[in-house]
Ligand binder design. Structure first.
Ligand code: TXE
Length: 481
């Protein structure tokens, strides 16, 4: 069975203790490869390699660093189909999504930060004729990048690219549930002859390899994406080490539908926002808040579309809904649906696992599920389910809307549908989220700050914000005359 090893100091390297664990295909429920179970000793070797490479990498002209990032982007593009097949097999997501979103976005991440590397600027502050201050931004050193299983290559490269562009060297760890595309990235780095030690990829569990990275004294910054609970664990661990920390965590995002919306567009986008990647995107619209005057119509139209989104084999080009990531996650989703029932929710469609025939008969599938009749304080409206499950809630007034929308521990993204410009500006300022989409969803300009408030995270990724995160600003004041 194929072994997914580490990438350390430019070499594909097995874990020192040769321990592996099965890597499963969610669509079949069967192991199809083995992933390295790296430990502290493997992380030590990766950090040493990154430290050795830091001086030369950080002193390279930015154009040269940019050329390496471009070369990685070009190589991934040449192998786009291999990456898409690997991503779909590893995650259970539809192959069409891997081909059109995940892998192209990973390519864009490298291309975007290749350009940012040569545009990155700083600031100066003259003190009349007395002195001039300038801010020298220097790369922090070796950094740790840790990513989740839902958009594996997309989110891992969203961290790696700005870190390399800023002149840092990297120890990265993908989720142990979806190691394959990071392994393919290791091979791309070898093929384009990225200098040894600049990027090191460690495979393994979060509480072992991940904790060894976040706790390593020579790692100066941690960029993490994952669950809120894990984010809190990491924050507690690194606080006493005064490391720079960026946390992209969970969400419980509202899709808000006013009666004056572009109805067909709002309906179709609400379906995409609810069920893309089986609802396993932190930006998914998992609560749909509908103005009371159109609640029944929208509910009926939404359910009619949702119940036709039946799960299929993710490797089929026509598949719209694939498998969820693991048996445990499937059970977690079903348990939330059971709690919703107990709390008085009405299941309008779905509410159960799905068993397919053929090669996917043992896969982990959940029917698209729509629930109504729950108060906004109920569990299904407060906690992140992270599956193909949405709740519908009516509202009468803007005050009621804001109470419901802002009434969860999360604050990542809100999706507002109205053609009333004043209302869009007014609510944009009052909705407590890091991202507000108006009459669109997942429209991303990589220059913009990305991230959430409250339990959705700390700090922002994206654009020069991300590059500034990986640098230290030193103020130099020079007396004139
Ligand atoms: O997270 P986990 P998952 C959220 C999403 C959901 C969760 C799903 O909403 O809540 O992430 O991802 C490693 N020290 N977002 O289940 O378990 C682990 O090995 C160091 C939000 O994977 O937190 C994996 O590589 N590392 C986001 C990674 O952390 C540790 C977008 C995430 O694992 C660790 C995507 C530890 N103690 C998902 N424990 C956004 N806001 O953009 C685990 N890991």
């Amino acid at each position: 069975m194929q072994k997914i090893d580490n990438f350390i100091n430019g070499k594909i390297t097995p874990p020192k203790d040769k321990e592996y664990m099965p890597n499963y295909e969610p669509a079949t429920g069967e192991a199809y490869s083995e992933v390295a179970l790296s430990k502290k000793e493997d992380v030590e070797e990766a950090v040493a390699a990154a430290q050795s490479a830091f001086k030369s990498w950080s002193c390279l002209p930015s154009e040269k660093r940019a050329s390496y990032l471009q070369a990685i982007a070009n190589r991934i593009e040449e192998h786009l189909e291999d990456f898409a097949q690997a991503e779909s097999k590893d995650t259970g997501k539809p192959i069409s999504l891997a081909r059109t979103v995940d892998i192209p976005r990973a390519i864009s991440n490298f291309r975007f930060f290749a350009a940012a590397a040569i545009q990155f600027a700083s600031e100066a502050h003259p003190m009349d004729t007395r002195a001039i201050n300038y801010t020298l931004r220097q790369p922090v050193g070796v950094v740790g990048c840790i990513s989740p299983w839902n958009l594996p290559l997309y989110l891992l490269t969203w961290k790696i690219a700005p870190a390399l562009a800023a002149g840092c060297t990297v120890v990265a760890k993908p989720s142990e549930l979806t190691p394959m595309t990071a392994f393919l990235l290791s091979k791309v780095c070898q093929e384009i002859e990225l200098p040894a030690g600049v990027l090191n990829i460690i495979q393994g569990k979060g509480n072992e390899a991940g904790a060894a990275i976040t706790g390593h004294p020579q790692i100066k910054a941690i960029s993490f994406t994952g669950g809120t609970a894990t984010g809190a664990t990491i924050a507690a661990q690194v606080a006493t080490q005064f490391k720079k920390l960026s946390l992209e965590l969970g969400g419980k995002n509202p899709t808000i539908i006013f009666e004056d919306c572009d109805y067909a567009d709002a309906l179709q986008t609400a379906i995409s926002a609810a069920f893309s990647n089986q609802g396993q995107i932190c930006l998914c619209g998992s609560r749909i808040l509908i103005q009371a005057s159109i609640y029944e119509k929208f509910r009926n139209d939404f359910v009619a579309l949702a119940q036709n989104l039946l799960p299929q084999d993710p490797l089929l080009p026509e598949t719209k809904l694939g498998a969820v990531i693991s048996k445990e996650h499937q059970q977690k989703i079903l348990s939330y649906i059971q709690i919703a029932r107990q709390e008085g929710g009405k299941i309008l469609c779905g509410g159960n696992s799905i068993v397919l025939e053929g090669r996917c008969q043992n896969g982990w599938f959940v029917a698209p599920t729509v629930i109504e009749g729950l108060d906004y304080t109920c569990t299904a409206n407060q906690e992140e389910i992270f599956g193909p499950v949405v709740t519908l809630l009516p509202f009468e007034t803007e005050e009621e809307l804001l109470q419901i929308a802002n009434g969860t521990p999360y604050g990542l993204a809100a999706n507002l549908w109205t053609n009333n410009l004043k209302r869009a500006h007014r609510l944009g300022a009052l909705l407590e989220f890091g991202i507000i989409w108006v009459n669109c969803w997942m429209l991303r300009d990589l220059r913009t700050p990305f991230g959430g408030v409250k339990n959705s995270g700390l700090g922002r990724e994206g654009g020069f914000e991300a590059m500034r995160f990986f640098t230290e600003p030193k103020n130099i004041c020079i007396k004139l005359g």
